[in-house]
Design a protein around this ligand. Structure first.
Ligand code: PMT
Length: 399
């Protein structure tokens, strides 16, 4: 899992700095490439010569090389790395990271880092237990950083041992587990529907809804990032909505009928489908060829039912295939979602309610409840990217 991975190892001024040699040895043994960035205090505990001998790379500590004035680019390091590990991380460095105090090369590298960041705190128990350290660690976690709790591998439930840096093998195992999880969809083909559908009334008007596609796109990126081959069937969304991962094959459609045709054709070759699109249940029975003109009379547009894509895929579903649906509700949320779960033969359904602030259409956040035939799990309001992770974690757990 670590083969070929590029790791920036940040070392700070703690007695546990000597253990970073063991971390480097294990990372390199597993095929990773390691670039050390050390704080001035870190150098009091371990020499750059030892570290550069182990990594076969010059150690970075200052913004400029003393010898030739070369500029060390923290931005490039941030782009180069697959992960940044700060081990040991002192209370001081944790505080600076949480508050953006960029007074050394390690903190500027952290602030420029595009890759996931892992932090292995190391300090005495009182410093670790102090509310300010705990608050800073919580802040860092809320920024999406991974804190490798001291003592999790051996003394998790006891306070004794807390504060002491986690053992090098457990730190490396945490990184390995992270990268393993990243590829847990390798070999899977996943169909995702996203966005609204437009049902034409005439050449200038349609029946539509407020779906932006954000939730569906977040699901597509999450699946592709974890190794799946993704087919994203996408209703009309804004031009700003672009996919990033090369394993996402996007098929644009406009109407529910078009989305149905594509999904029906693709589903047999998929391992799973996640139906996030807000599909219009009805479409005008007849589409006017020319723009309809205003008259003095009431206008009545007769609607016909659209195909129910989810129900059709639910009928087609073979053993081993998984089907996940969404339910966007405004009232009787759980009972409506339960009945859709059964009627459409979903493995589970993701309920979101417009009653919850920050949930549903257009927002960058969502608040969901996952309902399975066995029970339900409620989740907090989170960015849609994080919500996508929760949904895909559940899909993976379904086996
Ligand atoms: O796109 P965003 O702005 O980010 O908003 C996200 C979202 C609110 C659209 C999304 O989270 C969501 O809830 N999508 C489903 C909305 C919806 O249409 O729910 P529904 O309860 O009407 O449909 C139930 C399920 O059947 C859904 O999986 C839907 O995709 C599917 N369906 C519905 C009708 C139909 N004709 N065919 C279908 O496949």
């Amino acid at each position: 899992m670590l083969k070929g991975k590029k790791i920036v190892l940040g070392i700070t001024g703690s007695i546990a700095a000597y253990k970073s040699c063991l971390i480097i040895r294990q990372l390199i043994k597993k095929g990773a490439e390691v670039q050390v960035v050390i704080t001035p205090a870190g150098k009091e505990f371990i020499t750059p010569i030892t570290l550069s001998a182990l990594t076969c790379k010059p150690v970075i500590s200052e913004f400029f090389s003393q010898r030739d004035g070369t500029w060390h680019s923290h931005v490039n390091l941030g782009l180069w790395a697959d992960a940044m590990l700060i081990a040991p991380a002192t209370a001081s460095t944790i505080g600076k990271m949480a508050n953006g105090i960029a007074d050394n090369m390690l903190i500027t590298t952290y602030l420029s880092m595009k890759a996931p960041v892992f932090i292995a705190p190391a300090m005495d128990l009182d410093m670790y237990a102090h509310p300010s350290t705990q608050k800073n660690l919580q802040t860092l976690q809320s920024y999406g950083n991974h804190v490798i709790e001291p003592g999790t591998g051996f003394l998790a439930s006891k306070l004794e041992g807390k504060g002491r840096m986690e053992e090098p093998e457990n730190i490396v195992a945490a990184l390995e587990a992270f990268f393993a999880k990243q590829c847990d969809l390798e070999g899977e083909c996943i169909l995702i529907t996203a966005g609204p559908t437009y049902e034409k009334i005439d050449p200038v008007r349609f029946i539509g809804n407020y779906s932006s596609g954000k939730m569906g796109f977040a699901l597509a990126e999450e699946c592709a990032r974890r190794g799946a081959d993704v087919t994203l069937v996408c209703g009309p969304v804004s031009a700003a909505m672009q996919t990033e991962h090369p394993n996402i094959h996007r098929i644009n459609v406009e109407s529910a009928q078009q989305m149905y045709e594509v999904c029906k054709e693709r589903f047999p070759s998929m391992t799973s489908a996640v139906l996030c699109a807000a599909v219009a249940d009805y479409a005008p029975e007849a589409v006017a060829m020319e723009k309809m003109k205003r008259t003095a009379d009431d206008l009545v547009i007769r609607l016909k039912p659209n195909p129910d894509i989810a129900a059709a895929l639910g009928k087609m579903k073979q053993a081993g295939q998984k089907l996940v649906g969404f339910a966007l509700e405004t009232n009787n949320e759980e009972s409506n979602a339960q009945s859709k779960l059964k009627k459409k033969n979903f493995d589970f359904i993701v309920l979101n309610s417009l009653k919850n602030k920050g949930a549903g259409f257009q927002t960058d956040t969502n608040q969901i409840t996952i309902i399975t035939p066995q029970g339900k799990t409620e989740y907090a309001l989170k960015p849609k990217t994080e919500v996508a992770k929760d949904i895909i974690d559940r899909l993976v757990q379904q086996g």
